[in-house]
Design a protein around this ligand. Structure first.
Ligand SMILES: Nc1ncnc2c1ncn2[C@@H]1O[C@H](COP(=O)(O)OP(=O)(O)OP(=O)(O)O)[C@@H](O)[C@H]1O
Ligand SMILES: [Mg+2]
Length: 392
């Protein structure tokens, strides 16, 4: 008997399966083709717009086309050995078609009796990574693996390094070592991903920095000229289909209402839809109305309170960011003299630049800015008027 596990109807939080990945088909196709061509790509973009979901699906497709792939979340690695081992483990999983190969190799290298589970040629390949010795050596061994694999198998190897900016915390000169090891890797393509756009742009875009011009930026948020790169028509088709699956109906006017409220931000939109669906299911309601969208928005905003509060705290680490962000959220003039203390003009400019670099605000016209995420702006506006926050 087969057992099919269904995920949530509108998944929020982590990477989503392909069928819930709205409006990224063109982008994914192009990404896959370019990586298959051996191009190195930089995919930097605002938080929660689907970078990880997209690359995981692209890697899946590339494997189906015969490529070997690796996916490494650099946030999880605390030192270079750990970072290298993650890379090796992921490559090995793609090669062997199963997880756990690296643990087997490690056991054998430590003198335990071979369980015979890892193929000899694979063991040989990863021995430099798992053998005890200087961590730096192990790391470099791992960085050489993609090339060695491509040479040995004749297959294209594609390596995705997610939250790549965090790799810098694994040790000194990590990026320099990577550059020198990645430079002449024939048959290998790298995708670098991350949400700290400013940091990544500097790493790849500034002369003298370790990875200057190593990868080509492949912008996901602007693709096709749509906000966050997703065509509203794709949202409409997706939402109609998803609600219909549950025998619920949604009209185009309500989809527009949702997208207006969320600005089309992928995660915020999904969060509102999830709230809407749960509310309708619990009340046995069949048709989405404007009122229901309003209720769902409030619920979603409350669910997003925690991540927003964390963002807000992060902004507090740099002087003036919070007061300037508040003005932008409120739509106030940036330089207006206000009773609560003036922000010096030069500081306003600096703060706006920093907020832009963080992917938080965007310029709409001369001297006018707005939040990329309307729901975050709404959260910020309500900070000063607790009465405006709707409590359950
Ligand atoms: N194209 C999309 N269609 C539907 N939902 C999406 C899409 N992209 C992102 N999401 C929503 O955003 C959530 C986060 O997606 P994902 O983790 O892939 O984004 P990310 O950009 O990698 O985020 P982070 O900045 O946290 O790394 C998903 O759980 C989903 O709810
Ligand atoms: Mg991600």
């Amino acid at each position: 008997m087969t057992h099919v596990l269904h995920g949530p109807h509108f998944p929020v939080g982590g990477p989503v399966p392909a069928e819930d990945l709205v409006g990224r088909e063109g982008y994914m196709r192009e990404t896959a083709a370019r990586l298959l061509d051996g191009e190195h790509l930089l995919i930097a973009g605002p938080r929660r717009i689907g970078k990880t979901s997209v690359i995981l699906e692209v890697l899946r497709r590339l494997r189906r086309r015969g490529a070997l792939t690796a996916y490494v979340d650099c946030l999880g690695a605390t030192d270079v050995r750990g970072l290298g081992e993650r890379l090796a483990a992921s490559l090995l999983a793609s090669l062997e078609g199963r997880d756990g190969g690296l643990e087997d190799a490690r056991g054998i290298a430590a003198g335990q009796r071979a369980k015979g589970r890892i193929r000899f040629e694979h063991l040989e390949l990863v021995l430099p990574v798992v053998k005890a010795g200087p961590a730096g050596r192990s790391f470099e061994g791992a960085l050489d693996l993609p090339r060695a694999l491509a040479a040995r198998t004749g297959k294209r190897v594609v390596v995705a390094l997610d939250e790549f900016q965090a790799a810098g915390r694994a040790g000194p000169r990590v990026f320099d070592v990577m550059r020198s090891r990645f430079q002449a890797q024939r048959g290998v393509a790298f995708a670098f991903l991350g949400s700290e756009e400013g940091v990544l742009e500097e790493l790849f875009g500034h002369k003298g920095r370790a990875l200057y011009r190593f990868a080509v930026a492949h912008d996901m948020a602007e693709a096709g000229g749509h906000r966050f790169g997703i065509d509203p028509a794709d949202w409409l088709a997706y939402l109609k289909r998803k609600f219909a699956q549950k025998r619920m109906a949604i009209e185009e006017s309500e989809v527009d209402r949702i997208l207006d409220a969320t600005g089309g931000h992928p995660q915020d939109t999904m969060q509102v839809c999830a709230a809407l669906y749960h509310f309708m299911r619990d009340g046995s309601l069949r048709a989405v109305t404007a009122d229901l969208v309003g209720v769902a928005f409030e619920v979603a905003l409350r669910e997003l309170e925690r991540p927003f509060a964390m963002h807000w705290t992060d902004l507090g680490e740099q002087k003036w960011l919070q007061p300037v962000a508040k003005r932008i959220a409120a739509g106030d003039a940036l330089y207006a003299a206000r009773a609560e203390g003036d922000v010096p003009r030069a500081e306003v400019l600096r703060a706006v630049t920093a907020l832009q670099a963080r992917g938080l605000v965007t310029r709409i016209s001369r001297g006018r800015y707005e939040f990329l995420e309307p729901m975050f702006a709404e959260h910020v506006r309500r900070l000063d008027s607790p009465a405006g926050i709707v409590r359950p």
